[in-house]
Design a protein around this ligand. Structure first.
Ligand code: 4AD
Ligand code: MG
Length: 447
């Protein structure tokens, strides 16, 4: 009977069939130890020359790393630990692998990234993708439990949501192919939509959705033409945007805090094996299961200046500042009320100081920096129109967004969490490139 390695515990002393790959092996003359993985877990299969039929022992002698196999054997339990092994009866080679390019020696990041399609098989990469999976579902489960409905926002968009300098532009239907056309002033026919942009965040569409569903979230790939070559930046990454009707910026932070704690708890519950493979110090994650620290941008700047940074009160916080500031915290930290001019056009000005906005960034500890950006939104039509003019935004493509302030406008707030930065933090990884199956960066589009 076919059994997944993860279920061995329920099959001790039974004969089972495992289908998987040999990722390592060693032999001590008369006994061969095969390290097997099947996607669900890892185990050791033991073949003894004495007990195995001659053809089985011979087959074992031909095995190469990454050969796919179907092995039958009897599951045995380690006398002391919760570990199981397979005492092999039969080995069927499904495909004898060619010499595997990823060996035991140290490889540089470029080599590994060029071989990402193979590197994904390594136990560490397996563990990271499993934790990514848990985080993805933990977010869904948690938000659903708080009454949020998933709402899918478009990837092809006519406008920018965040910084226009980071937009990926593409041809949509240039003139001759366009279904919808109109006459321009000089009488020539031109297409209405000859350009499109890859979405930077589904937020503006999620805002439309709250007027139907109250509390919503989207979760999908977003794109930023980021020229930065840092350990935190990808050009394609996954974001979850949540949007909440009738919430202010404070309630927005409370929702984030509960969600981030739910993520940590769920990973600690479901992924102990993976965290061990990654050698993650889980006490650092457990330390985050208390109320998060909060301070204003002005307080953060004062603190940073006292620590030696040259940041100014009207400036955004750079990655170095975030790292410096977080040396003092063992929990995530909300930084509230950034200067209006360094944040997006849709953020509500602080009634106490209109040069600042009612926003918050959530910084993760251990030097990880910003994982969430959020704010209360401008709900007032006139104020939004004025703010768009200040940001030099052409209002025509945003008419629909302005409509949301014409028909039953309500206070509302929301936030966006970057999945890869969250995975990097939870897994304790230096760089976001290992957190997404096939990373896209300024200098990488393959495989
Ligand atoms: O702070 P950002 O730009 O916020 C927004 O896009 C809002 N519209 C979200 C909202 O309010 N609904 O991006 C949100 C998060 C960041 O905190 C960060 O975790 C991640 O997205 N992020 C990136 N992750 C990887 N690579 C990049 N280039 C990223 N840019 C942002
Ligand atoms: Mg941000």
């Amino acid at each position: 009977m076919h059994v997944f390695i993860k279920d061995f515990g329920a099959h001790v002393d039974e004969e089972v069939v495992v289908r998987g790959w040999v990722y390592n092996m060693r032999s001590s003359g008369k006994i061969a130890f095969l390290q097997l993985r099947d996607g669900s877990g890892f185990t050791q299969a033991i073949v003894s020359q004495h007990d195995a039929p001659e053809p089985v022992w011979e087959a074992v002698g031909t095995l190469t790393i990454e050969t796919s196999v179907e092995i039958s054997g009897v599951v045995s339990k380690h006398p002391k630990k919760e570990e199981y092994e397979l005492q092999v009866r039969d080995v069927k080679v499904l495909h004898l692998a060619e010499e595997y390019p990823i060996g035991k020696k140290e490889h540089g990041p470029d080599f590994l990234l060029n071989n990402r399609h193979l590197w994904l098989r390594a136990p560490r990469q397996w563990a990271i993708q499993r934790i990514r999976h848990t985080i993805f579902y933990a977010i869904h489960e948690h938000l659903a439990s708080e009454g949020f409905t998933r709402f899918d926002t478009p990837i092809l968009t006519p406008t920018s949501c965040e910084d226009t300098t980071e937009l990926f532009e593409m041809d949509y239907f240039p003139k001759e192919n366009s279904g919808t056309s109109e006459l321009s002033e000089d009488g020539t026919e031109m297409s209405v939509h000859d350009k499109a942009y890859l979405t930077q965040s589904g937020q503006l569409y999620s805002e439309a959705a709250i007027f139907s569903l109250g509390r919503v979230f989207d979760f999908g790939p977003v794109f930023r033409a980021e020229k930065s070559k840092t350990r935190r930046h990808l050009t394609e990454f996954w974001m979850m945007d949540a949007e909440i009707a009738f919430a202010d910026w404070k309630e927005n932070m409370d929702v984030q805090e509960r969600m981030v704690q739910a993520i940590i708890k769920t990973v600690l519950e479901r992924n102990q094996q993976e965290l061990q493979i990654l050698e993650r110090d889980t006490s650092k994650l457990e330390a985050c299961l208390v109320p998060f620290a909060r301070m204003t941008h002005a307080e953060a700047v004062a603190k940073l200046q006292s620590m030696g940074s040259d940041i100014q009160p009207d400036q955004d916080m750079g990655a170095d500042d975030e790292t410096m500031l977080m040396q003092e915290f063992t929990t995530p930290l909300f930084i509230e009320k950034y200067p209006a001019k360094v944040k997006a056009f849709y953020m509500k000005p602080d009634p106490e100081d209109s040069s600042r906005v009612l926003c918050s960034d959530l910084l993760a500890p251990e030097g990880y920096g910003e994982v969430i950006g959020g704010s209360e939104r401008i709900a007032d039509y006139d104020l939004l129109v004025a703010k768009m003019a200040e940001f030099n935004l052409d209002r025509k493509p945003f008419e629909w967004y302005l409509d949301l302030r014409r028909y039953g406008s309500v206070p509302h707030a929301g936030f966006g969490i970057g999945l890869e930065r969250t995975v990097a933090w939870i897994c304790g990884l230096k760089h976001v490139r290992e957190t997404i199956p096939f990373p896209r960066m300024i200098n990488r589009l393959t495989p």
